[in-house]
Design a protein. Structure first.
Length: 175
C-alpha cells in the first residue's frame, strides 16, 4: 500500500513518532505545514499525527477540511499529548470535538504519549500554561481531571515511547 505519514509538530515529539512509524512501514513523511491536500492524492493510505494543544489536534484540519477528497483512502489519525493515553473519556471527547462523528466513524484514531520540556517552550506557550495553572489553583475543589492537568502543566515530562507506535503498525501489517 502506497503510504505517507503526515505530521504537525511544534516541539518535535509528533515528528519523532511520524519518523518511527515511517521507518517501520518503509514509507515517507511530510510536514503538514508544507503540503496541500492535493499532494496526498497519489497515496492509498495517509497516517496523520498532530500534537495536542488546548485539546485541539494541531494541523488536523488538513484531514477534516478535505475529508470528501480523502475518504476513499485508508486514514489513520494519531494524537500526541501529555494526558495518559489510558484516559479514554478525555480522548473520546477530544476526538469528537476535533473530528465530529461522521469522520470518526470512518477513521481509526490512536493516542500516543508525548513530552513537554519547560525550557523549550515558547514565551506564549509558557504564558498559556501559567494562566491555566493560576485558574486551576484558584479553584476550591478540583476534579481528578483538574488535578491531573495542574500536575502536567507545572513541570517537564517525557513520556515518549517507541513501543506506543506498535498498534498503528499492526493495523497495517495485519491487512
Ligand atoms: C500550551 C500547551 C497546551 C497543551 N495542551 C495539551 C492538551 O490539551 N492535552 C494534552 O494531552 N497535552 C497538551 N499539551 C502537551 C503537548 O501535547 C505535548 O507537549 C506534545 O508532546 C507536543 O507535541 P509536538 O512537540 O509534536 O507539538 C500542551 C502543551 C502546551 C505547551
Amino acid at each position: 500500500m502506497n503510504t505517507i505519514v503526515v505530521y504537525k509538530s511544534k516541539y518535535g515529539s509528533t515528528k519523532q513518532y511520524a519518523e518511527w512509524i515511517a521507518d517501520e512501514l518503509g514509507c515517507g513523511t511530510a510536514d503538514a505545514g508544507k503540503i496541500k491536500a492535493n499532494d496526498l492524492e497519489p497515496y492509498d493510505a495517509v497516517i496523520f499525527g498532530g500534537g495536542l494543544y488546548a485539546e485541539s489536534i494541531d494541523g488536523v484540519s488538513l484531514i477534516a477540511n478535505n475529508f470528501d477528497m480523502l475518504k476513499d483512502k485508508k486514514i489513520i489519525i494519531f494524537t500526541v499529548g501529555l494526558t495518559d493515553p489510558g484516559h479514554e473519556r478525555y480522548y473520546r471527547s477530544v476526538a469528537e470535538r476535533n473530528l465530529g462523528h461522521e469522520i470518526l466513524s470512518e477513521v481509526k484514531i490512536f493516542n500516543l504519549p508525548g513530552k513537554m520540556i519547560m525550557e523549550e517552550l515558547s514565551f506564549l506557550h509558557r504564558k498559556e500554561l501559567g494562566v491555566l495553572k493560576a485558574f486551576l489553583s484558584k479553584k476550591k475543589e478540583l476534579s481528578e481531571d483538574g488535578k491531573m492537568l495542574l500536575e502536567l502543566c507545572d513541570k517537564s515530562n517525557d513520556f515518549m515511547d517507541k513501543e506506543a507506535i506498535m498498534p498503528i503498525i499492526r493495523e497495517f501489517k495485519e491487512q
